[in-house]
Each structure stands twice: as structure tokens, then as C-alpha cells.
Design a protein around this ligand. Structure first.
Ligand code: F0G
Length: 452
């Protein structure tokens, strides 16, 4: 099929409320009737499939695009454009996001007690986090819809990503971040890419509250993860993962949980893949939170998922320092539908898992490491069996929070915190920098002692 024939077969996307099913206008975020979140659906798929193509033809088309010279095909998001809302190619803002590696983690596998462990490293995106895959779609939609301003509240990665895509697309951007509670590298990215960056004297949840009112008053397009176009872009990580696995689903996919959009996106992708005949069974999707930022864990354990229990969030994994997650209902549906689990992990468990992933020569930021820490618990509980294949979704690059890593290796990450005593177990993983005289003998001596 030619590209123009594919274009004319494109199925039209609709926004629909996840609660009452009411169809909404294309640039809304919540249902007018019940205020629940919206999701994108593709009514045409039932009869004709995406762009009128079947699963086998789409698999081939997407593979062929990997060697295309067209910039839009080179994006690991837009090469899957048949399963995304339609955006005209001239409006697409791409920094060649997606196409991220799938790594094996043999040492982490051993430490967790499984044989087959992989990491889908979304930190290998252009701004260093998974946010780019959603941002390319939502920022492109904003430009196509004629918005001049975009905005987000963020724990640092969304803001870095939004600032970059806005700059590339000629849009102005406004960032609201919690004062003092995000990593310096993330803050520096948003400044460098030219966003108006405001540090509010509150936490992430407070930033969201302020921004929600700002967008009511001003013609500013909201790029937080309640934005359904971001969820669509983030779906492509799962399509790409399955392509990398020759469309054979793993047994488990483990995702960090913050505002809970990414787990929702990956779940939506898998649901669609099954519906469209790409795969015949669903992997179990499990969500891991930090103990200090565990609203979903508490909600499921304490009231069976009836009503969200917000918490006052606190964790050194600042990316997921979120107490009132917007997409909790979507994530809950994914966990239930796939038979996944929720688990929480301590600060020390996160630090250990992060060091273990780093020692594989891969690395990630602390929020991503909750996946390995959570896996260890799920194996101990018997939920994950040693012979099952597991994929961890690593969401952010190691350089996103170099401060955390340095403090860890110098041994002062937990100094003066309630976790100090417990953190003694981290000693064997710490490698603090050695200060030596500038002499050959001193270095040779050191190498000899290291060999023994
Ligand atoms: N991992 C990283 C590195 C993140 O930055 C985030 C969220 C998550 C995991 C959680 O993903 O919210 O979809 O459940 N960061 C947001 C931000 C909130 O503003 O950058 P989620």
C-alpha cells in the first residue's frame, strides 16, 4: 500500500471519558459530565484495522520504516503512526525519540532470582527520559491545534521534555516545579531549552493544583500526563518492545508508578495489540511505588481500589514523589486486566537496585530502579516465578540524578536520615573516588592491591 493510500485509510481518533463513556472535544482533559479522565479511542479499527491494514502488514511496514530517510519514519514513535491520532506530517515535532534499546541484565537477574531479565531503557530518549515518546505527540497536537503556549507541572522529566519539544516546535513553554525537590540536571534542561521555569514553594501535587487553574484562565495547552495524546505516544514503547521480542510477549512487565500514566499507556498498548491480533496473550503489568509515595499501593490494599487514598509524598526518587496521582483509575484497570501486582519499596532498596543496574554498565535514575527492587519482592512472594521472562521499564537516564549517585558512592546518601542504620547493607556496592599522589608507583600499587 502506498503512503498516500495509508493516509486516506487513517482511522479517526475520538476522545472518550473512561468513567461514563461520553465523547469529548479533541483538546479537553476531563469529562464535562463526570470530570473523569479521557482516553483516545479509534472507532474505525473494529471494522478495518488501523489504516485498513492487518497486523502482519503493519509489522512489516513499521520494520521497513527503520531504514527510511524520512525524518518522521526515523522517529521511534511516528514509525508506528497508524496506531496514533492523526497529525499532519508538517506539524510533527520530532527529535527522533523512541527506538530505545532492550538490554539483558544478567547480574540483576541473579540478584533478583530470575533467569531472564531485560530492561527496556526509555532513558535513552533524546532528553533522557520516557517522556519524549508522549511529548512528541502531544506537543505536535498543540501546534496543529494552533496553541502558542504549552505548560506542565513536573517532577523534572516532563518539564525537560516539554521544554525541548516546545523549543523545536516554536512554542512558548511554562514549567511549574516544586522548589528544591527536583534534580539539578532536570532543572538545567528546562532552563537550557528556554522554558519559563517557576519553582513553586510547594510539592508536585501543589504545582498541579496551580496549573490546572492557570490553564482555565489562559489559552495555554496542558502537557501533563492527563493529556491523552501523551498516553498515545507512550504506547509506542510497548509496541517497540514487542517488536524487539519478535512479538512474543514476556511474562511480566514492571513499571515505576508516579502519576500513573506510563503504566496506563503500556497497558493500553498491550490491550490494543491483543485486540488487533499482534499478540495472543497479555503480559502481567506490575506497578512499583516508593514506600514514601505509595498512594496506589495503599488504595488497593486498604479499600480494594474503591477510592484514591492520597498521601503526603516523600522519597529521594524525586521523579515519583507524587501523592495524588491523576491516572490512578487507568493504572488500576491495567493491573486488574493483566493480573499484575502493586508493590512498594524502601529508600535503601531503591538505592541498592540503582547501584546494581549501574554496575551492569547500564544505569538509570532512582525512580527507574524501583522496578528491580520491586521485582526482588515479587520473586520472594512467588508472584514472579524464576523461569518467567521479565522486562523492567527503565524510565530515566543515570545522568538525570548524578547527585544521588555521587552521594551513594561517597557513602553519605543516608547520613542523618532515619535510614542510616539500615543503609549499612549498601557498603559492598559503594565505590568512592580515590585521591592519590600523582605518581606512577601509587597507581601501580593500587592496581596490584586491586588484583589480589
Ligand atoms: N520514572 C521517571 C523517571 C519519571 O520522571 C516519572 C514521572 C515516572 C517514572 C512515573 O511515571 O507518572 O507516568 O507514573 N515523572 C513525571 C514528571 C511526573 O513530571 O516528570 P508516571
Amino acid at each position: 500500500m502506498t503512503e498516500s493510500a495509508i493516509q486516506s485509510e487513517k482511522s479517526v481518533a475520538q476522545l472518550r471519558c473512561i468513567g461514563c463513556g461520553t465523547v469529548a472535544l479533541a483538546d479537553r482533559f476531563r469529562c464535562e459530565h463526570c470530570r473523569d479522565l479521557l482516553e483516545i479511542i479509534y472507532p474505525g479499527w473494529e471494522e478495518r484495522g488501523p489504516a485498513g491494514l492487518d497486523a502482519a502488514s503493519l509489522k512489516q511496514l513499521w520494520l521497513d520504516r527503520r531504514v527510511s530517510a524520512n525524518l518522521v519514519d526515523q522517529s521511534g514513535v511516528w514509525r508506528f503512526r497508524e496506531i496514533l491520532p492523526e497529525i499532519s506530517q508538517q506539524q510533527i515535532i520530532t527529535i527522533r525519540e523512541g527506538n530505545t534499546p532492550l538490554y539483558s541484565l544478567p547480574h540483576c537477574a541473579k540478584s533478583a532470582g530470575v533467569q531472564n531479565l531485560f530492561a527496556k531503557h526509555q532513558g535513552m530518549n533524546p532528553t533522557g527520559s520516557f517522556k519524549d515518546t508522549g511529548m512528541t505527540v502531544a506537543a505536535s497536537f498543540a501546534r496543529q491545534a494552533g496553541y502558542k503556549w504549552v505548560a506542565c507541572a513536573s517532577t523534572g522529566n516532563t518539564s525537560a521534555s516539554m521544554a525541548a519539544y516546545a523549543a523545536r516546535g516554536g512554542l512558548h513553554s511554562l514549567v511549574l516545579i516544586p522548589d528544591g525537590k527536583i534534580s539539578w540536571s532536570k532543572l538545567s534542561q528546562s532552563l537550557d531549552y528556554g522554558a519559563i521555569t517557576c519553582q513553586l514553594k510547594t510539592d508536585f501535587d501543589g504545582c498541579v493544583r496551580v496549573l490546572n487553574e492557570v490553564v482555565e484562565r489562559m489559552p495555554v495547552y496542558l502537557l501533563n500526563s492527563v493529556n491523552p495524546y501523551r498516553v498515545e505516544g507512550q504506547k509506542t514503547a510497548a509496541f517497540e518492545l514487542l517488536e524487539q521480542l519478535a512479538w512474543e510477549p514476556p511474562d511480566h512487565i514492571i513499571v515505576p508508578g508516579g502519576n500513573l500514566a506510563n503504566s496506563s499507556a503500556i497497558g493500553k498498548a498491550l490491550r490494543e495489540m491483543k485486540q488487533l491480533g499482534f499478540i495472543s496473550r497479555l503480559p502481567k503489568i506490575s506497578v512499583i511505588q516508593a514506600e514514601g509515595a505509595n498512594p496506589l499501593v495503599r488504595t488497593i490494599r486498604e479499600n480494594g481500589g474503591e477510592k484514591l487514598i492520597p498521601v503526603q509524598a516523600d522519597t529521594m526518587a524525586t521523579a515519583i514523589r507524587i501523592g495524588n496521582p491523576a491516572s490512578w483509575k487507568k493504572a488500576l484497570r491495567v493491573i486488574r486486566e493483566t493480573g499484575g501486582a502493586v508493590e512498594q519499596v524502601s529508600e535503601v532498596e531503591i538505592a541498592m537496585a540503582k547501584a546494581e543496574i549501574g554496575a551492569e554498565g547500564i544505569g538509570c535514575e532512582p525512580a527507574s530502579a524501583v522496578t528491580l527492587a520491586g521485582l526482588k519482592k515479587l520473586v520472594k512472594q512467588g508472584f514472579v516465578k524464576p523461569g518467567e521472562m521479565v522486562v523492567l521499564v527503565l524510565t530515566g537516564h543515570a545522568l538525570k540524578d548524578a547527585d544521588f549517585t555521587l552521594k551513594f558512592h561517597r557513602g553519605d546518601l543516608f547520613t542523618g536520615t532515619p535510614h542510616e542504620a539500615e543503609s549499612a547493607v549498601l557498603k559492598p556496592l559503594q565505590r568512592s573516588p580515590l585521591v592519590l599522589e600523582p605518581s606512577v608507583d601509587a597507581v601501580v600499587e593500587l592496581l596490584r592491591s586491586a588484583e589480589n
